[in-house]
Ligand binder design. Structure first.
Ligand code: ADP
Length: 322
């Protein structure tokens, strides 16, 4: 994805809330199209404020924001366009979902954009299928589980076919399995070409998932770079009131005892184990079977799984998981 254009850029962005709290101080960042970006920082760092500004919900006190190279305008029709193109999923789903049924909630965005009823219906159907909630159309959102509510909120954004999706703390209040499912979905959407921006103070999540980390503190961006570039700096991380990701912490401890070395720290537990393996590469560790299950029926899939025998199995993609 190198050489991609900047999709969002901020120049000297500052913001103060009505009570005088300065939430952002001269933030200048550029985000490349197609990336997975995590805004990381302690509570109050300014992550939410920056996100609300990226889709025009808040207007900067000074400085400017560019979307696809053009400064954001704040008249009603420009705002409608930027909110379509840059979809925002709030931290608390209850702040986002308000309609009496799931269908009406997801249909709200495309209806508001003035799309014809037929297109709205198609877009909503597609979005609900994508997030795995076909059949939920008539359910009231407030009766759904936390993970399901988050999916409805994501569907509501997807139905408007955004280029960028911004998710404020997408996994807060979700159980580990639901969190994992949501993050996989974000990965899939990214592979489909969408730029993804999340905020989190979960350093393990950010390290595992993001191509790029933007570290914030007290309304400033204090570092940006890849996960290893940002999280290997122990002083920086401590000063930011964070902890290093567990994999990085273990790696640093092992490295200090001469038990592990590598050009870069491991990205996950598997890579960590590879570093520890004496003479690592060259040894056969087993086989990987890859099946394309699109179009296969249940009996075929079952026989594939039987032929694989005793091994770990995983499914990539919403269709495959179903
Ligand atoms: P984060 O998302 O990183 O936790 P926020 O953007 O929510 O940070 O907050 C940045 C700063 O702005 C904090 O000092 C916070 O207290 C303040 N703040 C956030 N929302 C408001 C508001 N509605 N009114 C006044 N101050 C606010």
């Amino acid at each position: 994805m190198s050489g991609m254009a900047n999709i969002i850029e901020t120049r000297d962005l500052s913001y103060s809330y009505g009570d005088g709290t300065q939430a952002l101080r001269n933030v200048s960042i550029s985000l490349q199209e197609g990336r997975k970006v995590a805004l990381v920082g302690p509570n109050g760092a300014g992550k939410s404020t920056l996100m609300l500004m990226m889709n025009g919900i808040l207007r900067p006190s000074s400085g400017e924001i560019l979307f696809a190279g053009r400064p954001l305008q704040y008249d009603a029709s420009s705002l409608r366009e930027v909110r379509r193109a840059v979809g925002m999923v709030f931290q608390n789903s209850d702040d986002q979902l308000f309609a009496p049924t799931v269908y009406q909630d997801v249909a709200f965005g495309p209806t508001n954009l003035g799309y014809p009823a037929e297109k709205v219906k198609r877009d909503v159907g597609f979005a609900l299928q994508y997030v795995g909630l076909s059949g939920y159309e008539r359910r009231p959102p407030h009766h759904l589980s936390g993970g399901e509510k988050k999916r409805v909120a994501i569907a509501g954004i997807l139905a408007m076919e955004p280029q960028v999706m911004i998710l404020d703390e997408p996994t807060s209040n979700l159980d580990p399995a639901s969190s994992e499912e949501i993050m996989e979905m974000l990965d899939e959407l990214n592979q489909g070409g969408k730029t993804m921006i999340i905020s989190t103070h979960d350093v393990d999540l950010a390290y595992r998932w993001a191509d790029e980390i933007i570290l914030m503190k007290d309304g400033d961006v204090i570092r940006r770079g890849s996960g290893p570039e940002v999280f290997m700096d122990a002083d920086l991380i401590r000063d930011s009131r964070l902890k290093p990701p567990l994999v990085v912490e273990i790696y640093q401890e092992l490295a200090s005892r001469g038990m592990a070395s590598g050009a870069r720290p491991p990205k996950n537990i598997l890579e960590l184990c590879d570093l520890l393996q004496p003479g690592g590469s060259g040894r056969s560790l087993g086989k990987i079977y890859i099946w394309d299950v699109d179009g296969a029926d249940e009996a075929e899939i079952k026989s594939m799984i039987d032929r694989m025998g005793d091994c770990y199995k995983g499914a990539m993609g919403t269709g495959a998981k179903l």
